[in-house]
Design a protein around this ligand. Structure first.
Ligand code: 3PG
Ligand code: MG
Length: 401
């Protein structure tokens, strides 16, 4: 990370006892639609090192985050209250919860904190100013938020690509520092953009080519192999001249996919077989078929075993691996084998491996894979992709100033 960024150790060296430290975290965790329970607490655990260090040093720790995409007004289904409970369990001390973000409840909750105590503010996105494109509106909200802290720590790696008040404007108003998670994420990702040990193999999945186009463009000259699975592979297969039945297809991207393959002959590896089903359903009838033989009434929901074997062979040679996006609909057991197979191959490779993002990180945990057998599991999906694209990330840039 740039030498001009101060980090948590610099803040701790200054001394934080009795000071209010506003920590922007990314506690945007998945919730069960029926029960509202947290289904994956990885992002909460990821911010614990920063929070615990501040607690031990006697700071009054004021945590803020977004959850989901509420529309600038309170919406109970996106309340952070359940997250406060889980955070308290993990920290081993109760977390005081403010019913609003910058209002009376927030102010009195923060005022009531003793040294070494933690408060969580209600969802940042319950306020229009958080995500506003209008600098003045965002700035006004940032003023209110900044008034709740004496120093600011950004540990919300998953949100550093957002030009939002809590990420981009608050650091301009308070002494600012990168938290342990942001520091680690940037260190790891910079290893991939610097001179990665070769062969450097990237695995991309997920549903849309259009979401990944910029990162494919940026990575293609750098990587030795680019393995493509997930819903996006069908647009590439179509560009190869195959029929893809009723699989996900971005028609307006077919030509682009063809050009990408022409530009880097031999670098892009596509599935040679897929699991094709009658319907998008866990119990749909399905078979493994060759990638050039998808029946017209069926849709591909996973990569097939021969593809897994081919991808695994490429991964076994790798010294550096970046993986973003599931290979199939891993939430349905019948279509999870591709994602599981590729993930296992990554853990077996004698490589420095980075798992980028929400879905692939969730897949690692949902499939019961050992998290410690990966080099690094990023908490940021969009953020890690934009980092690898070489874009300026508003949250990182704000820490540099
Ligand atoms: C994420 O889940 O990708 C981050 O928390 C950012 O959320 P957003 O995409 O809604 O800005
Ligand atoms: Mg996202």
């Amino acid at each position: 990370m740039s030498a001009t960024i101060r980090n948590l150790d610099d803040l701790l060296a200054e001394g934080v006892s009795g000071r209010r430290v506003l920590v922007r975290a990314d506690l945007n965790v998945p919730l069960d639609k029926q029960t509202g329970e947290i289904t994956d607490d990885g992002r909460i655990r990821a911010v614990l090192p920063t929070l615990s260090a501040l607690v031990r040093a006697g700071a009054k720790v004021v945590v803020c985050s977004h959850l989901g995409r509420p529309k600038g007004a309170p919406d109970p289904q996106f309340s952070l209250r359940p997250v406060a409970g889980r955070l308290g369990e993990l920290l081993g001390a109760p977390v005081h919860f403010a019913e609003d973000t910058v209002g009376d409840s927030a102010r009195s909750t923060v005022e009531g904190l003793a040294d070494g105590q933690v408060a969580l503010l209600e969802n940042l996105r319950f306020n229009k100013g958080e995500t506003s494109k209008d600098d003045a509106e965002r700035g006004a909200f940032a003023d209110q938020l900044a008034a709740l802290g004496d120093a600011y720590v950004d540990d919300a790696f998953g949100a550093v690509h957002r030009k939002h008040a809590s990420v981009h404007d608050v650091p301009a108003r308070l002494p600012h520092f990168a938290g342990r998670l942001v520091l680690r994420e940037v260190e790891v990702l910079s290893r991939l953009t610097g001179s990665p040990e070769r062969p450097y193999v990237v695995v991309l999945g997920g549903s849309k080519v259009s979401d990944k186009l910029a990162v494919i463009e940026a990575l293609l000259p750098t990587v030795d192999r680019l393995l493509i699975g997930g819903g996006m592979c069908f647009t590439f297969l179509k560009a190869q001249g195959h029929e893809v039945g009723t699989s996900l297809l971005e028609k307006d991207m077919v030509e682009t996919c063809g050009n990408l393959m022409e530009r880097a002959p031999g670098k892009i590896m596509l599935p040679v077989d897929v699991v094709a089903a009658d319907a998008f359903a866990p119990d749909a009838a399905h078979d493994t078929v060759p990638a050039d033989g998808i029946p017209s009434h069926r849709l591909g929901l996973d990569i097939g075993p021969e593809t897994v074997a081919g991808f695994a062979a490429a991964l076994s040679q790798a010294k550096t691996v970046f993986w973003n996006g599931p290979m199939g609909v891993f939430e349905m057991a019948a279509f999870a084998n591709g994602t599981r197979g590729v993930a296992e191959a990554i853990t077996k490779a004698d490589a420095f491996s980075v798992v980028g993002g929400g879905d692939s990180a969730a897949a690692v945990r949902a499939l019961g894979l050992d998290e410690s057998s990966f080099g690094h599991i990023s908490t940021g999906g969009g953020a890690s992709l934009e980092y690898l694209e070489g874009k300026t990330l508003p949250g990182i840039a704000a820490l540099e100033n």
